[in-house]
Design a protein around this ligand. Structure first.
Ligand SMILES: C[C@H](OP(=O)(O)OC[C@@H](O)[C@@H](O)[C@@H](O)Cn1c2nc(=O)[nH]c(=O)c-2cc2ccc(O)cc21)C(=O)N[C@@H](CCC(=O)N[C@@H](CCC(=O)O)C(=O)O)C(=O)O
Length: 156
């Protein structure tokens, strides 16, 4: 059941813009993040696939949308609350923990999903998949004492 409520765009302009382009193009544009990626000492510009996570604001009840790196395996996804290695968890993480009913748009397909935080071996498995998709996650974790949480999203 899609989430309903009033959409409140992110306070970050680049995030608002990416969500706007992704959605207005039906998931055909704005679906990547151009980054310099280092793999086995090779550094090259990659267009890393991005998904849009929709959560319910834990306080406002408003609809919140966050572009995140696409980490998918067998129809399940992981979203990594890296926030660039910032000392605090991103707010969308708290929203998804408070209410696990989320939506995920992957390209043109939007699905209702349920989010759950993973730990231990399951987290290690998804963390490896995430770092494969976006090696910077490993750097972020090295540069912060905060343990970066991983949520797995499964079809509702
Ligand atoms: C800036 C802040 O955003 P945030 O939820 O902390 O998320 C920060 C970032 O993680 C978020 O911008 C991501 O989209 C950044 N980001 C990634 N962030 C990641 O953490 N991981 C990624 O893999 C990732 C990839 C990515 C790719 C492309 C791109 O453009 C951005 C990407 C924000 O929007 N704050 C709102 C509040 C949002 C909110 O949900 N408020 C709650 C209240 C929260 C509370 O106060 O408890 C509510 O409405 O109830 C505000 O300041 O008004």
């Amino acid at each position: 059941m899609p989430l309903n409520g009033e959409y409140e765009p992110s306070t970050a302009q680049f995030v608002r813009d990416q969500v706007e382009l992704y959605e207005s193009s039906g998931g055909t544009q704005g679906t990547t993040l151009g980054v310099l990626v280092t793999r086995e000492e090779d550094e090259e510009l990659e267009d890393v696939p991005v998904v849009i996570l929709t959560t319910l604001g834990a306080k406002s009840g408003k609809i919140r949308k966050s572009p995140l790196i696409r980490v998918e395996h067998d129809g399940s996804y992981a979203v990594v609350a890296s926030a660039g290695g910032a000392p605090k968890h991103p707010v969308w993480y708290h929203n998804a923990v408070a209410d696990p009913r989320v939506e995920l748009q992957d390209g043109p397909v939007r699905r209702d999903m349920l989010a759950r935080e993973v730990t231990g071996d399951e987290k290690a498995l998804w963390w490896a998949r995430a770092v494969e998709a976006f090696p910077d996650y490993a750097e972020y974790q090295k540069n912060t004492d905060r343990e970066i949480p991983v949520l797995v999203l499964e079809p509702a």
